[in-house]
Each structure stands twice: as structure tokens, then as C-alpha cells.
Design a protein around this ligand. Structure first.
Ligand code: GAP
Length: 513
């Protein structure tokens, strides 16, 4: 029987804990909501994903360089970027359950339910009519049209209310749509109010308004304020990019779904500076490049889709998300935005410093336009780990849990086992490890039967296991077992290095791009 998505997601979370991938932060004190720690295997997987992104961006593109800027920035940065005034979520509480929600999420979920109804109508029609023309059906079927009109009305009303800052109207919309609290089942709502998502602290010994600083809510602003430093010292010519990975912090109201939405998370962002007027060409180019990067992980093309933003932020002239099919549905994994010259111009205005580019060909200076790619490292981690976790039934009815991670990203690349703990087999295993450990993360295990050791490594996601047996002492060969096929082949010890390099190195992934 197929496992329910919510049960599968629970399995993902418990697997992460059991195998040293992710722990609740400060668990011994009952944890801290929406903050997580990466354990011994999680830290390795996360590092490998980050390295793959960094190399694909910085090493493979000769016009992209990387920086590592600080989390604290001058507070005026966040005035200029608009975060102090507008980085808000509308929140609403249910008076009976005392649960807090994002008003926009309640409305989006309501719209998603209507969209589901449309898909059901389409599916029903598909089953009924041969040679079914979906586009025609969507534009002529009365029920589908009725649902679509309803969705448009809701979206328009919501957009108008938000743009006008009319929070009473947002509440009225929730009331009119008869949205109930999923916990209490009642419509007993408070008013909607705005909530700024930035965490603040203060510098120095005295706490007052003048020394408030913020924990950055995105890494992008570090790149904007360093644009000219990098352009001048790197003698960069447009178009060029600046990449950065690092922590970002948001006081999320609804921090649910494990590491999907956290209060402390990591972003991998790249701002690509271009000549004004060429931004759409680069926007399309980066959409394709980033999707291909995701597809190279081999999680399945059908798990990704683009979602174009209909409601554009005031600084953008085009924006979309790459969505991934998480265990709880399609959700944003990465954002790609054409941000115009908004950020650099704002920083010019607030700092009083010119942030322009001198174009030798045109013999003029201007503020470049920017195309941004922004992906959450933790969301990527979740997409990879949840796609990899499988419960398999083997011949004979036995089951195994296997984490089929992309081999180049797996925390441990190879496990080396002596068949028995004697006869010089552990010593030979140790020798093999010594030839591999400078380039690959290797582990040694001599406890329990080889079958049990295979199962342990399967659950951790180790792509290969090498077993040293008595034949190894005679002819210098070992067996190497593939995690996914469970097939074993015999190979000379001297061939292991090249075998692994071709299959488990980040280089092997980069070459597939
Ligand atoms: N500089 C643009 C920017 O920050 P965003 O859409 O707010 O755009 C970019 O964030 C990415 O960061 C998202 O696509 C998501 O992967 C990740 N992200 C955002 N908020 C997050 C959170 N609370 N927890 C985990 N990841 C988050």
C-alpha cells in the first residue's frame, strides 16, 4: 500500500535524526522552534551541495567571482533595501486555538483548493474523452471557468488590499471566503496586522535606538554594497556576477515543515550585473542554467516546474520560482529575479556614493541592471534527501531502507569492511583507507555481519562498500558493492581510486553540466 505523503514526511524527519543528518536545535532543552542543527552526516551533505553550487557558479564561469561578507551590516543598508519599512508579513490569530497564521498563506491555501478542483475536472474529462484537448476544455468548460473567475476575484481583491495597505479588507476577505482555522475549525479571527521579519540586536554596551543592528534577512545586500569594490579590484567587465553563500535570518511567523522554513537558514545567491536593456536575455539564460543545474542532480525532471510571479515586487521587471515537488507538494526552491537597477540606486541615494559602471564602448557611466539567482541551501538539502529516501522490498520479502543520494553529494563515499576481524584483513582494509582518505570521505566498519554493515551504509547513503576477504590477501582484489543495484564486482585494489573518482567526485557532477 502506498504511504501517505504526511507519513512519508515524518519518516524523512525521523531518518534525519536517526542517521545523524539533522537534529532539533538545543534538543536537551526541548528544542528551539524552526531552528535545526546539522549532524555529522548532514554537515557533510550540506557542504557537498554548497561546494557543487559554488564550483558550478564561480569555477565554471570566468565572469563570476565569489565573496564572503559579514552577517551584520550598517543599519542604513536595510533602510535603503526597503526591509525596515516593507519586509513584513500580514499575520492573523485564531482566538480559539490561539494559533498564528500568515493571512496571505491562508488565502493562498484557499485558492490552491479551488485549483485542485479545476485539476480534478480536467482529469475526469481526460478519462472520459479520447483525443482530449486540454486548452480547449479549460477555456470552454463552464465549471472550470467559474472556478477560474473565483480565483481571479480573490487574487485581485487580495492584491488591491495589500497594495493599499488595507489590512481590514484582508481580514474581510478571510471572513467572506469562510476560511476556518485548521486547528479549532472556527472563524473566530483577530484583526490582521503587519509583522517585520527582521531580527534585531544592538552593538556596544548601551542599548538604544541608535545602535540597533539587524541580522541580515538575505545575503544579496552584501553583494550590492560590495559591487564597486569587486568591480574595481577585479577589473570586472559587464556582464559579470558576484556569488555568495551564507546565513540569513527571518523571524518567520509560520515556521513549519522542518527545514523548509526556518528562522536561521543558508542562502546561495548570485547577482549578475548587466547593461540596462539586456536584462531579459540574461534572465532567460539564468532560468535555463539554474534549472539544468538542478536537473543534473538526477532527482527527476517531473519534480521541477517554473512558477512565474504575476504580482511583481516593486523593484522587479520579471521574476519566477523554480518549484520542487516536496513531500508536501510543489513549493519554491529557488527564486530568479530581474531586479533592475533598484538596489544599487537605493544604495547610491542612501550612502551618497556613486555605484556606477564606466562603459568604455559607450563612453558613459550608468548603474547596471541585476539578474539574481537565489536558492536556499536547506531547501535544496530537503529536496535531495526526501527524494533519496526509499523503503525497498527485496526478493524473498526482506526490506531495506536506502538513501539513494547523488553519489557525488553523499557524506561518506565508501565504506571499507574486513570480512572478519582477524587474519590480517583489518590491516589490509586500513591500508586501502590510507590510499583513499586524502581525496574521499571513507569509513571503516568491522562490527556485525557484512549484510548488516551494508544495511547501515545503505541507510546513510554511502554509494559503495568495499569488502576485504581472504582472497584479497592472495590476489590483491576486493569486492565493491553498489548501493543502488546491490551488485558486487571484484576489482584490483589499485583500481578503486579511479573507479571512485569517476563516480563520486564533485568533478563528475560538474562535467555533466
Ligand atoms: N535575495 C532574494 C531573496 O532572498 P527569497 O525568495 O526571499 O529571495 C530566496 O529567498 C530563497 O531562500 C528561497 O527560494 C528559499 O529557497 C530560501 N528561503 C527563504 N526563506 C527561507 C526560510 N525561512 N527558510 C529556509 N529557506 C528560505
Amino acid at each position: 500500500m502506498a504511504i501517505k505523503p504526511e507519513d512519508f514526511f515524518k519518516n524523512v524527519i525521523s531518518h534525519c535524526k536517526e542517521y545523524g543528518y539533522i537534529f532539533q536545535s538545543s534538543e536537551i532543552y526541548d528544542g528551539l522552534s524552526a531552528v535545526y542543527d546539522y549532524g555529522q552526516n548532514g554537515a557533510e551533505l550540506k557542504k557537498n551541495i554548497r561546494e557543487y553550487w559554488w564550483k558550478a557558479m564561480v569555477q565554471l564561469n570566468d565572469n563570476i567571482v565569489g565573496i564572503d561578507a559579514s552577517i551584520f551590516m550598517h543599519p542604513t543598508t536595510w533602510k535603503a533595501s526597503g526591509h525596515v519599512d516593507a519586509f513584513n508579513d500580514p499575520l492573523i490569530d485564531n482566538k480559539d486555538s490561539k494559533k498564528r497564521y500568515r493571512a496571505d498563506v491562508l488565502i493562498e491555501e484557499h485558492v490552491a483548493k479551488i485549483e485542485d478542483k479545476i485539476e480534478k475536472e480536467v482529469d475526469k474529462a481526460k478519462k472520459r474523452f479520447e483525443g482530449f484537448d486540454e486548452a480547449m476544455f479549460r477555456s470552454t468548460n463552464a465549471r472550470v471557468l467559474e472556478y477560474q473567475i473565483k480565483i481571479n476575484d480573490i487574487n485581485n481583491r487580495f492584491k488591491t488590499a495589500l497594495n493599499a495597505g488595507d489590512l481590514a479588507e484582508v481580514k474581510q476577505l478571510i471572513v467572506d471566503l469562510e476560511i476556518v482555522c485548521p486547528v479549532s475549525g472556527t472563524k473566530n479571527w483577530t484583526d490582521v496586522r503587519q509583522f517585520n521579519l527582521m531580527f534585531s540586536t544592538s552593538t556596544g554596551a548601551v542599548t538604544d535606538e541608535s545602535n540597533i543592528i539587524y541580522l541580515r534577512p538575505e545575503t544579496a545586500q552584501d553583494i550590492f554594497v560590495n559591487y564597486l569594490n569587486v568591480q574595481k579590484t577585479g577589473r570586472m567587465k559587464l556582464p559579470f556576477g558576484i556569488a555568495q553563500t551564507g546565513k540569513a535570518f527571518r523571524n518567520e511567523i509560520v515556521a513549519r515543515q522542518f527545514i523548509f522554513r526556518m528562522r536561521e537558514f543558508e542562502q546561495m545567491e548570485m547577482q549578475f550585473f548587466v547593461k540596462p536593456g539586456t536584462e531579459m536575455q540574461y534572465y532567460e539564460e539564468w532560468k535555463t542554467k539554474r534549472l539544468n543545474w538542478h536537473l543534473s542532480l538526477g532527482l527527476g525532471k517531473e519534480h521541477y516546474k517554473f512558477h512565474d510571479h504575476l504580482k511583481l515586487a516593486h523593484y522587479a521587471n520579471a521574476a519566477c520560482d523554480i518549484e520542487f515537488q516536496f513531500p508536501f507538494g510543489f513549493k519554491e526552491l529557488e527564486g530568479i529575479h530581474s531586479r533592475t537597477d533598484y538596489d544599487l540606486k537605493q544604495h547610491e541615494q542612501f550612502s551618497g556614493k556613486k555605484l556606477q559602471y564606466f562603459d568604455v564602448e559607450k563612453n558613459e557611466s550608468y548603474v547596471p541592471y541585476v539578474v539574481e539567482t537565489s536558492v536556499g541551501l536547506d531547501r535544496l538539502f530537503l529536496s535531495i534527501l526526501s527524494s533519496a529516501l526509499k523503503e525497498e522490498t527485496l526478493e524473498g520479502g526482506d526490506t531495506r531502507t536506502v538513501l539513494s543520494l547523488p553519489p557525488a553529494l553523499a557524506p561518506i563515499k565508501v565504506a571499507v569492511f574486513p570480512l572478519v576481524k582477524k587474519d590480517g584483513l583489518p590491516e589490509l582494509a586500513e591500508k586501502i583507507i590510507n590510499t583513499l582518505k586524502f581525496d574521499f570521505n571513507v569509513t571503516y566498519d568491522e562490527k556485525d555481519t557484512v549484510g548488516k554493515r551494508y544495511r547501515r551504509q545503505d541507510a546513510i547513503g554511502t554509494p559503495y562498500c568495499v569488502t576485504v576477504d581472504h582472497q584479497s590477501l592472495e590476489d590483491n582484489t576486493v569486492t565493491i558493492r553498489n548501493r543502488d543495484t546491490m551488485l558486487q564486482e571484484r576489482m584490483n585494489i589499485t583500481a578503486i581510486y579511479t573507479f571512485l573518482e569517476e563516480r563520486v567526485s564533485i568533478k563528475s557532477l560538474l562535467k555533466s553540466l
